[in-house]
Design a protein around this ligand. Structure first.
Ligand SMILES: [Zn+2]
Ligand SMILES: [Zn+2]
Length: 532
């Protein structure tokens, strides 16, 4: 890539799309921005590929920060429309001219008791002390007002504090947060403190964000790659592969053409993402796990040219010495769509390839198949695919050449990203809501992989799977339009919808790709919403 071309194009784009201002003196800020942009551009020198991600998150706008003390009162003023005052509205209105402190002082004074438990003060002495009190009835009016509204105010304050703490905590972990997250938390906290009629309305949200100086921030992340992918040799092997593939294509049904690949799921996928905005220093996330080494595992899914997810997914867990103890095995969660194995690294070994063949591939195919897999040494051995080792079935393996997988492997081109999106959603939700489960625990990893595989196997994703083949150049016809995992399972909901199960009051986490039910995290993940 030539940065000069990028700059020239950028100049043209700015001229056309932004109102051209007259030349002005260059400010030091502008110089700084230019320097940062240059650093980014420099990284494109000699890059052959790049990946652009854009995400918005709420974040603290430090310079506009307003201390929370002085404006807690705005909660109450603006919070009035949050709940309806039915009966006591008139009287409330009238009582508003008295401050809470004043009312509290009156009630405390009136309720003072002597050693025998008798009231110390008569109305006369109360009135003497608080001259502006119109009549004796105001003492009890104040008392009930304080009981109702005083606690309401306290509850509001505590909601505010809980949400703000959660927000700060999430940002410290570099988790992206959206309006809906704040509203979901607020609703949940309101329920916990029994503040009924609280709706976490749009108005509440605006106030909350203003009070705490929270703004929306766009995060762009550009990753450049400098592999020498376009070398002559690579181009040649790519061409050869495509010729061979298209020659073989007519001998097979689309359902018999299968791509399989291993994919390591590292902790980086979930909570520790590198976020960098143009003009900002890189921010690194924090991994909040006690035992990071147990985080990594390998999954191996397979997809076919007709848009199906083939057979169970192989899951290779990381276990000390590559072995699972008997007690562990007994307590192991064993879903029917996951074949579980382990190794000391959490990566596959060549002996595990035979295991994958016997448990995942062979039972899921007909008489024959064309298997596309990459050049990893562990799966190269031709004996692995001998008819006699394949239960009499004909497996023809076509190797995707070295350094071409990002372009030629269907799983790499699209499907694996869908998997990662799904897993990321689960991790983000657990981290954001501080759900008390540990996703690095064996049985939770298994459950997560099972649910992910189950959701992605839904017929609604058939076109998405086909698209993976299309974008790898292995399917001629573009199956678009199709729906992605985020669109089907995690559409951004406008209203605060509730989980559809039983009388559940939790907010929606996922829309099931199989049955379209909208489920909360508890009912999807913890209760294991599985179709099979
Ligand atoms: Zn379902
Ligand atoms: Zn629920």
């Amino acid at each position: 890539m030539n940065p000069h071309n990028v700059v020239n194009l950028l100049i043209d784009t700015v001229k056309v799309n932004l109102d051209v201002h007259l030349p002005s003196r260059v400010t030091s800020q502008e110089r700084e921005v230019a320097q940062y942009l240059f650093e980014t551009l420099k990284s494109f020198e000699n890059a052959t590929k790049f990946n652009y991600q854009e995400e918005t998150t709420l974040d603290l706008h430090m310079s506009d920060y307003i201390s929370s003390d002085e404006d807690t009162n705005t909660t109450d003023d603006n919070g009035v429309d949050e709940w309806t005052n039915e009966e006591g509205e008139k009287i409330t209105h009238h009582l508003n001219q008295y401050s809470l402190e004043y009312m509290k002082a009156v009630v405390d004074f009136a309720d003072e008791k002597d050693d025998y438990g008798k009231r110390r003060h008569t109305w006369k002495s109360i009135h003497h002390r608080f001259k502006s009190l119109p009549s004796q009835t105001y003492v009890s009016l104040f008392r009930s007002y304080l009981q109702k509204h005083g606690t309401k105010q306290q509850k509001c304050r505590s909601i505010d504090k809980v949400i703000y703490d959660k927000f700060v905590n999430a940002r410290e972990q570099a988790l992206p947060i959206h309006d809906l997250d704040l509203q979901r938390w607020a609703l949940k906290t309101a329920k916990e403190v029994k503040l009924n009629d609280f709706h976490a309305s749009h108005g509440w949200l605006i106030n909350f964000k203003r009070r705490h100086g929270i703004v929306s921030r766009r995060i762009t992340n550009m990753v450049t790659r400098h592999d020498i992918e376009n070398s002559h040799v690579v181009q040649k092997s790519k061409q050869d592969f495509l010729v061979q593939y298209y020659r073989l294509l007519s001998d097979y049904n689309p359902s018999e053409i299968i791509n399989t690949d291993q994919s390591g799921v590292e902790k980086e996928v979930h909570s520790s993402r590198t976020l960098s905005a143009i003009g900002m220093k890189k921010i690194y996330g924090i991994v909040s796990s006690k035992n990071a080494s147990t985080h990594s595992y390998t999954i191996q899914p397979s997809i076919s040219l007709d848009g199906k997810v083939v057979g169970p997914v192989l899951l290779c867990l990381q276990e000390v010495n590559g072995r699972m103890g008997e007690t562990v095995k007994k307590k192991l969660f064993k879903p029917s769509n996951v074949v579980i194995t382990c190794s000391s690294s959490g990566k596959l070994t060549s002996s595990l390839v035979a295991y994958w063949r016997d448990k995942c591939l062979i039972p899921s195919i007909g008489k024959k198949c064309l298997l596309l897999s990459d050049s990893w040494a562990g799966q190269k051995d031709e004996k692995l695919y001998d008819k006699k080792n394949c239960n009499g079935k004909e497996v023809f393996r076509l190797e995707i050449p070295k350094r071409t997988t990002s372009e030629l492997q269907p799983l790499d081109c699209f499907y694996n990203r869908q998997i990662k999106n799904f897993i990321k959603k689960i991790y983000n939700r657990v981290a954001l809501d501080q759900i008390p489960i540990h996703l690095y625990e064996r049985n939770n990893i298994i459950k997560l992989v099972s649910l992910m595989h189950d959701q992605l196997s839904a017929p609604v994703f058939q076109l998405m799977v086909k698209y993976s083949w299309f974008s790898a150049g292995l399917l001629k016809q573009n199956p678009a339009p199709f729906s992605t995992v985020n669109e089907i399972c995690f559409p951004s909901i406008v209203s605060h919808e509730q989980c559809e199960l039983q009388a559940c009051v939790e907010s929606v986490f996922i829309t099931c790709a199989h049955c379209s039910k909208k489920l909360c995290f508890q009912h999807f993940f913890i209760s294991y919403h599985y179709h099979g």
